[in-house]
Design a protein around this ligand. Structure first.
Ligand SMILES: *[C@@H]1O[C@H](CO)[C@@H](O)[C@H](O)[C@H]1NC(C)=O
Ligand SMILES: *[C@@H]1O[C@H](CO)[C@@H](O)[C@H](O)[C@H]1NC(C)=O
Ligand SMILES: *[C@@H]1O[C@H](CO)[C@@H](O)[C@H](O)[C@H]1NC(C)=O
Ligand SMILES: *[C@@H]1O[C@H](CO)[C@@H](O)[C@H](O)[C@H]1NC(C)=O
Ligand SMILES: *[C@@H]1O[C@H](CO)[C@@H](O)[C@H](O)[C@H]1NC(C)=O
Length: 512
C-alpha cells in the first residue's frame, strides 16, 4: 500500500502540473455570425463556402466575378462538372437471353441548382439542404448479347435530387477552423435515359427494368463526392494563415482558441487576437480577460475586441523600441512664446542659461512602460508613463545631458464609426511631471507642468484630434464589406456590429 502511494503521488503531481499549464486561453477577439447572416440575400451558395473557409475571402471564387451568387453557384457548378461517376453495368433479361450493358464516361453537362437552405445545427454543426436539383448528363453505352456487341451514346436526366449534408465545425490543434462531414442523405427522384446510335431502339423499351439500378448507383455516389468537396475545403482551411503581418513592426495571431460554438441561431468564434512585435515576439506581462459578447440578432455579425488586443499592440510597439521620439526646436511652432533653448527655459530653470548660455536644446521622449488602454462604458482611457531627457546642444554639436523628467499622463476619449472609418477624439485628463534626475541642480516643476499642459492642449491635442478625426479605415476582408457598422464601448471590450455585403475590393489586412 505504502509503495503504491509512493508511485501514485508523483504521477498525480504531474497531472496537476500539466493541468495548470494548459489553462484555457481567453480569446481577445470574438466573432458572432447570426442567422440573419446565414439567411440574407440570394447568395447562400457563397456564404456556405465562406462559413467553411472562415476568412470570407472564398479563394475558390474567381477574383474577376462580380455577382456574388454566380461566384458560389459557379463554384458548385465547377465541382459538379468534375464529379466522376463510376461505370454502371448489369444485365437485362429480354426473354430470349440476357443483354449485358455498361454505361461509361458519365458526366454532368448541365445542372439546375436550387438555392441551398442553411441552418445552424445543434451545438457545433451546420446543415445544408438542397431540394429539387435537376441535372443533365451524357455518357456512352456498350452492350453484349451473345456474340453481338453494340455501342453508342446516351443522354440522361436526373430529376428531383435532394441532399441534406451536415458538417461539424471544429478547431484543429493549430487553431485552424476545421469541418467534418457528420451526415449526408441523398435522394434521387427519377431518371430518364435516351439512347443514341447502334441498335439502341432495341433496348430503349427496357430502360424501366434497370432504371432503379441507375438511380441507386447515382444516389450512392453523391455522398462520396460531397465528402471530397468537404475534404477540399478542409485542406484549404488547414493551409490558411492564422497570423498576419500588420506592418513592418507588428504581427497579429488569430488562431481559434476553442471550437466554434453554435447557440440557437448564431455561431461564435473565439480567436486569440494577440499582436506581437515581429522582432522580439515578446509576451506582454498581462493576459486576456474573458468577456461576453452581447447578442445582436439584428446584425449579421458582431466582432468584439477586448482591451487586451489593443494593449498587446501597444506592448508590441513598446517592446520593439518604437515608442520614442526626438523633439527639437524646429518642431515647436515659430510663434510659440516658449522655445526649446536654454534662454527660454531659464524661466523655469534659472541656473540653466548661466551654465549653458544661448544654446538650442533637444528632448528625447520615450515610453518607460507600454501605454495601457482601458475600455469603459462609452469611454477609452489611456495611461502613459514617459521619460523625457533634455540635452543642451553645444556650438560644436556635442549634446550635454541636462536633466530627466518622468511624465505620467492620462488621456480619455470617445470612439465611433462613420463612413466605415474608425474615428476618435481625445482629451487630456491629467499630466504630472517629476524631476527624475538632474545634472544642473533641482528646480520647481509647477510652472513647467502648467506650460506643458497648455502646450498639449493648445498644440498637441488639436493635431492629434485632427488625425483621429480623419479616422482609420476599418480593416476589410478580401470580399466582405461592412454595411452600416456601429461601435459600442463596453467595460473591457468594444463591439462592432454590422451587416455585411460581399464584394470584390482591393483592400486587405495591410490597410489596418
Ligand atoms: C529637428 O528634427 C528634424 C527631424 O528629426 C530634423 O529634420 C531637423 O533638422 C532637426 N532640427 C534641428 C535644428 O536639429
Ligand atoms: C530662444 O528662444 C527665444 C524665445 O523664447 C528666442 O527669442 C531666442 O532667439 C532663442 N534662442 C536661440 C539660440 O534660438
Ligand atoms: C565641444 O565643446 C565643449 C565646450 O565648448 C568641449 O568641452 C567639448 O570637448 C567639445 N567637443 C568636441 C567633440 O569637440
Ligand atoms: C492627477 O494626478 C495626480 C497625481 O497622480 C493626482 O494627485 C491628481 O488627483 C490627478 N488629477 C486628476 C484631475 O485626476
Ligand atoms: C494588400 O494590398 C496591397 C495594396 O493594395 C498590396 O500591395 C499587397 O500585396 C496586398 N497584400 C496581400 C496579402 O494581398
Amino acid at each position: 500500500m505504502f509503495k503504491l502511494q509512493g508511485i501514485m503521488l508523483p504521477s498525480v503531481m504531474v497531472v496537476f502540473a500539466i493541468l495548470s499549464c494548459t489553462r484555457a486561453e481567453n480569446p481577445a477577439v470574438q466573432v458572432t455570425l447570426t442567422d440573419k447572416w446565414l439567411q440574407y440575400g440570394e447568395d447562400n451558395h457563397l456564404r456556405l463556402l465562406c462559413v467553411w473557409s472562415l476568412d470570407v475571402s472564398c479563394v475558390h471564387a474567381s477574383p474577376k466575378s462580380v455577382a456574388v451568387k454566380h461566384v458560389g453557384a459557379g463554384w458548385i457548378q465547377d465541382k459538379l462538372e468534375h464529379i466522376t461517376f463510376p461505370d454502371i453495368s448489369g444485365d437485362v433479361d429480354i426473354l430470349i437471353g440476357h443483354v449485358y450493358y455498361t454505361l461509361s464516361g458519365i458526366r454532368i453537362t448541365k445542372c439546375d441548382l436550387p438555392e441551398p437552405v442553411l441552418e445552424f445545427f445543434q451545438s457545433t454543426g451546420l446543415k445544408t439542404s438542397i431540394v429539387g436539383l435537376n441535372a443533365a448528363l451524357v455518357g456512352n453505352w456498350r452492350t453484349s448479347f451473345g456474340i453481338i456487341h453494340d455501342s453508342g451514346s446516351f443522354d440522361m436526366a436526373i430529376f428531383s435530387v435532394s441532399l441534406t449534408s451536415v458538417v461539424q465545425l471544429g478547431r484543429d490543434p493549430d487553431g485552424h477552423l476545421s469541418i467534418t462531414s457528420i451526415g449526408c442523405e441523398p435522394q434521387v427522384g427519377n431518371v430518364a435515359i435516351q439512347f443514341h446510335g447502334g441498335a439502341s431502339f432495341m433496348f430503349q423499351p427496357f430502360v424501366d427494368h434497370y432504371k432503379d439500378k441507375i438511380v441507386s448507383v447515382i444516389q450512392s455516389n453523391i455522398c462520396p463526392n460531397v465528402q471530397t468537396a468537404i475534404d477540399d475545403l478542409e485542406s484549404h482551411l488547414q493551409a490558411m494563415s492564422i497570423s498576419y503581418d500588420v506592418n513592418e513592426v507588428l504581427t497579429v495571431e488569430l488562431p481559434l482558441t476553442s471550437p466554434p460554438v453554435i447557440s440557437g441561431d448564431d455561431v461564435n468564434l473565439g480567436l486569440k487576437g494577440e499582436f506581437y512585435s515581429i522582432e522580439t515576439h515578446q509576451e506582454p506581462p498581462f493576459v486576456a480577460q474573458p468577456f461576453v459578447l452581447p447578442k445582436e440578432p439584428n446584425y449579421m455579425m458582431s466582432v468584439g475586441l477586448s482591451e487586451f488586443m489593443l494593449n498587446s499592440a501597444s506592448f508590441g510597439y513598446f517592446s520593439a523600441g518604437n515608442l520614442q521620439v526626438l523633439v527639437n526646436d524646429s518642431m515647436i511652432p515659430p510663434k510659440s512664446p516658449i522655445h526649446l533653448n536654454t534662454t527660454s527655459m531659464g524661466m523655469f530653470i534659472p541656473q540653466l542659461p548661466k551654465l549653458y548660455p544661448d544654446m538650442l536644446m533637444n528632448l528625447q521622449v520615450y515610453a518607460t512602460e507600454a501605454p495601457m488602454l482601458s475600455l469603459q462604458m462609452d469611454v477609452v482611457e489611456v495611461g502613459a508613463q514617459l521619460g523625457a531627457k533634455a540635452f543642451a546642444i553645444e556650438p560644436n554639436g556635442t549634446q550635454v545631458p541636462l536633466f530627466t523628467l518622468s511624465v505620467e499622463t492620462r488621456l480619455s476619449g470617445k470612439m465611433w464609426i462613420v463612413d466605415e472609418k474608425l474615428k476618435a477624439n481625445a482629451m487630456l485628463d491629467n499630466i504630472t511631471l517629476t524631476l527624475a534626475s538632474s545634472e544642473v541642480g533641482t528646480f520647481k516643476m509647477d510652472a513647467l507642468e502648467n506650460v506643458v499642459k497648455m502646450g498639449i492642449n493648445l498644440m498637441g491635442l488639436p493635431k492629434l484630434n485632427a488625425l483621429l478625426g480623419d479616422g482609420i479605415v476599418l480593416p476589410q476582408m478580401k470580399q466582405a464589406q461592412l454595411v452600416n457598422p456601429v461601435l459600442k464601448l463596453e467595460k473591457g471590450f468594444l463591439v462592432i456590429s454590422s451587416d455585411t455585403k460581399i464584394v470584390q475590393t482591393n483592400r486587405n489586412f495591410s490597410t489596418l
